[in-house]
Design a protein around this ligand. Structure first.
Ligand SMILES: C[S@@+](CC[C@H](N)C(=O)[O-])C[C@H]1O[C@@H](n2cnc3c(N)ncnc32)[C@H](O)[C@@H]1O
Length: 372
C-alpha cells in the first residue's frame, strides 16, 4: 500500500486522542523505565520501524502511550499481513512501556460486527463447497455479529483513522459511517485524516486500480465527507487541518489531506430547565446540526441537552452559558419545544419575582474589578 508523500503523519493523535480535561486523568508522559519520558514518535518510528509500516499498528502504538495504562486501544485492519506485523511488536512495546493496553482485531472498518479471525477459523473447519455451505457461512457471520461482535455497540470513546476511509468501496461508505456511529459511546468522537478532492472524481479515475491503492479513486469530494458525517447523525464536524498544497493533481482535480473531528450524542429528549445561551460571535449568526439558529449576542432559550452540548468541545468557547438562578430539578422539568427558536427573557432564568437591588462592592475606578 503506497503511503502518500507527506500524508503518513495523518491525524494529530496527540491533539485529538484525549481532550485536555481527559489528559489530566491519564498518564500522558510515558516512561521508559529509566525515569525519562519516551518521545512517542521516536519510540514507534525509529525503534520499532516495522510497527511504523504495520497499517493500524503505527497509530495504535502512538495512541497507547497517550492514553496510558488506564486506557485501552483496539487496532482494526482486515489485512492479515498488516495485522501480523502489528501484533509482532505487541509484547516488546508493552514491555518497554511497562504496560500492555493494545489489542488488534481483524475486521472491516465498514463492518465492525464481524470478527474475521473467527470467520477464518470457521472456514478452516467448514470450507464452502456449495450454495448451502455459503448460506451456513452467512448464518455463522450473523450469529457472531450478535453474540461476539468485533466491536460492541457504544463501547469506544475515540475513533482515530488515517487514510483508510477512501479505501472503502463507494457502495459500503454509508455503512462505514453508521458503523463508526454505532460503536462510539454517547459523547464519543472521531478524528479522521483522509484524502479529499476539490471536484468530483471522474469515472475513469474511480475505476483505475493503481489510483485506488494510491488513495485517489475512493477519495471523497470535500463537502461529501462532511455531509457523510452529518447524515450519520454526527454533530460539530470541524475541519482541523487542510493541506493547502495538493498531495496529487490529476487532470486538474486536486487531492489533498484533511483532518476532521466529529461528535456523537445529539439525540435524546428536549427538556426545559430554563437555561439560556448567548452566541459570542464573530459570525452574525450560526446554525447548529439540529438547525437551531443562534444570532450573535442574543439570549436564546435552549433545552438541557443542547445546553450540555454547548458547554463542551467543540462549542464551549463560543457561547456564554446562563443557568437558571434556581435549578430546575429533572423530575420537575417539562418538555422543551425544540421545533422553533425563541429568545429567553432574563426573568425566566432569574425568576419572575426576582427584584434584588445590590450595590457594587467597589466603585468603578481604574484598577477596580468592575470590568473584566
Ligand atoms: C494507507 S494504509 C494506512 C495505514 C495507517 N492508518 C497509517 O496511517 O499508516 C491503509 C490500511 O488500512 C487497511 N484497510 C484498507 N481498507 C480497509 C477496510 N475496509 N477495513 C479495515 N482495514 C482496511 C489496509 O490493510 C492498510 O493496513
Amino acid at each position: 500500500m503506497r503511503d502518500p508523500e507527506g500524508f503518513s503523519r495523518g491525524v494529530n493523535v496527540r491533539k485529538h486522542t484525549l481532550r485536555s480535561d481527559e489528559r489530566q486523568g491519564a498518564n500522558n508522559g510515558p516512561n521508559n523505565g529509566n525515569g525519562r519520558g519516551i518521545d512517542i514518535e521516536e519510540a514507534v518510528l525509529r525503534r520499532y520501524e516495522g510497527a511504523a509500516r504495520s497499517g493500524s499498528g503505527k497509530a495504535c502504538y502512538i495512541v497507547c502511550q497517550i492514553v496510558g495504562p488506564g486506557g485501552k486501544v483496539i487496532g482494526v485492519d482486515f489485512n492479515e499481513e498488516m495485522l501480523a506485523l502489528a501484533r509482532k511488536y505487541q509484547d516488546s512495546i508493552g514491555q518497554r512501556l511497562g504496560y500492555h493496553n493494545v489489542e488488534f482485531r481483524r475486521g472491516k472498518i465498514q463492518n465492525l460486527k464481524v470478527n474475521l479471525d473467527l470467520v477464518e477459523r470457521y472456514l478452516a473447519r467448514n470450507p464452502v463447497r456449495s450454495i448451502s455451505d455459503l448460506f451456513t457461512l452467512r448464518e455463522f457471520e450473523e450469529k457472531i455479529s450478535h453474540e461476539q461482535p468485533l466491536i460492541p455497540n457504544e463501547s469506544i470513546d475515540v475513533i482515530v483513522s488515517n487514510c483508510v476511509l477512501n479505501l472503502v468501496r463507494r457502495e459500503d461508505k454509508r455503512e462505514l459511517f453508521s458503523e463508526m456511529y454505532r460503536v462510539l459511546k454517547r459523547g464519543g468522537r472521531v478524528a479522521i485524516s483522509d484524502i479529499v478532492s476539490d471536484e468530483p472524481v471522474l469515472d475513469h479515475l474511480k475505476n483505475d486500480p493503481e489510483l485506488w491503492s494510491g488513495c485517489i479513486s475512493g477519495a471523497f469530494q470535500e463537502e461529501e465527507l462532511l455531509r457523510a458525517f452529518e447524515e450519520a447523525k454526527f454533530y460539530g464536524m470541524h475541519i482541523e487541518e487542510m493541506r493547502s498544497e495538493p498531495y496529487q493533481t490529476i487532470e486538474g482535480i486536486e487531492f489533498r489531506s484533511v483532518t476532521i473531528t466529529a461528535y456523537k450524542g445529539k439525540e435524546g429528549p428536549c427538556i426545559e430547565r430554563n437555561q439560556a445561551v448567548i452566541y459570542r460571535g464573530p459570525w452574525k449568526q450560526v446554525t447548529d446540526d439540529d438547525n437551531h439558529v443562534l444570532p450573535r449576542g442574543v439570549r436564546m432559550a435552549v433545552c438541557d441537552k443542547t445546553y450540555q452540548i454547548y458547554s463542551q468541545p467543540p462549542y464551549q468557547d463560543q457561547f456564554a452559558l446562563i443557568p437558571p438562578r434556581e435549578e430546575v430539578h429533572l423530575e420537575r422539568a417539562g418538555v422543551f419545544d425544540c421545533s422553533r427558536d425563541h429568545r429567553r427573557h432574563p426573568k425566566e432564568t432569574k425568576g419572575m419575582d426576582y427584584t434584588l437591588t445590590q450595590a457594587s462592592p467597589n466603585s468603578c475606578t481604574p484598577g477596580s474589578a468592575c470590568c473584566p
